[in-house]
Design a protein around this ligand. Structure first.
Ligand code: GRG
Length: 304
């Protein structure tokens, strides 16, 4: 007898959402490849399609559904805009002038396959492509001009100076230095937390959610961002390259991490506290979001 899968089960939900996100990513890459030389197109394909948890688009879709949205291909195009930004950040983060990484998601990094010049161009092409895709898909979904602009702005602000790029700059400055707890939180809330929180808020905006729901999603996003980063530091300190799909690098690069500042046990405890706060933010706002509750737990229980 064929085993029926329970669609409310997180694993099944993740599988289903990832397939749709990957279709949307393929559509986005094809659009880019039509306008770019073949070699840059291949570098883009390598950086975007090489596996990955697809956490940001899945968070977007879960928030969208929790706020009453009904998914369509345009919803996944919107969700995929987050992954385009995420993919560029990993491609550039792995470059020799940044973290100088040779493995990502169990494969050689994009610059080792296609060279630094093509990787820089491919990553750069993804940034405006993501913004255009977010705006175009918002219009396709019938969102008002105000909401479409707010959604695109949320994406770009999270990716920019006040978010991911600013956090990366702080990260580079922190190499070889010890940071205060406040400095460490500030660095990671910008580098990792803003894009995760933006994924949730964008999902709410796309579903026309009320302000109180948007605030709860933002709060949830910031706390799972913190839980995600602490877990990332724990995994870097405890897991093998085979499990991680990349070489652990925090010690080698002398990075300021939660593990370095607090140790493994305290870090685990802090991740669980952030998970608890994230879940309570949704419950307090009366947002019925079983998948978001489960995803918060997934963020701290993942093995890669
Ligand atoms: C402009 C040259 C230049 C560089 C900027 C913006 C930037 C490079 C880097 C951002 C820093 C960064 C890579 C943040 C994300 C850190 C992080 C925890 C990545 C791992 O995310 P996962 O676990 O990865 O979601 P998967 O592989 O599952 O997609």
């Amino acid at each position: 007898m064929r085993e029926e899968k329970d669609p409310d089960d997180l694993e099944t939900y993740l599988d289903i959402q990832r397939v749709e996100v990957e279709y949307a990513l393929e559509r986005a890459i094809l659009r880019l490849q039509e306008r770019l030389p073949e070699d840059i197109g291949l570098a883009i394909q390598h950086g975007v399609m090489g596996g990955g948890k697809r956490l940001r688009p899945v968070l977007f879709i879960s928030a969208y559904q929790a706020c009453g949205g009904v998914v369509s291909p345009a919803t996944y195009d919107l969700a995929a805009s987050l992954e385009l930004i995420h993919a560029y950040s990993l491609m550039h983060d792995d470059l020799p002038c940044m973290d100088d990484a040779d493995l990502r998601r169990g494969r050689l990094t994009t610059h080792l396959e296609y060279g630094e010049e093509l990787t820089i161009l491919a990553g750069a092409a993804l940034i405006p492509a993501a913004a255009l895709q977010a705006f175009r898909a918002s219009v396709q979904l019938g969102m008002s001009d105000d909401r479409s602009i707010a959604l695109t702005r949320t994406l770009l602000e999270a990716a920019g100076a006040g978010g991911m790029v600013g956090g990366q700059w702080l990260d580079l400055l922190s190499e070889g230095r010890s940071l205060t707890p406040e400095e460490l939180d500030g660095l990671h809330s910008r580098k990792t937390g803003t894009l995760l929180a933006a994924s949730l808020v964008m999902g709410g905006l796309a579903a026309n959610a009320v302000t109180s729901a948007l605030c709860a999603l933002d709060e949830y996003g910031r706390d799972i961002g913190l839980a995600f980063q602490i877990t990332d530091d724990i995994l870097d300190a405890t897991q093998s390259p085979e499990t991680l799909g990349k070489n652990p690098s925090d010690t080698e690069l002398d990075k300021a991490t939660y593990v370095a500042l607090y140790g493994i046990e305290k870090s685990r405890h802090m991740a669980l506290e952030a998970l608890d706060r994230a879940q309570r933010a949704l419950v307090n706002a009366d947002l019925e979001a079983p998948m978001l509750l489960a995803l918060a737990r997934f963020v701290v229980e993942r093995e890669r």
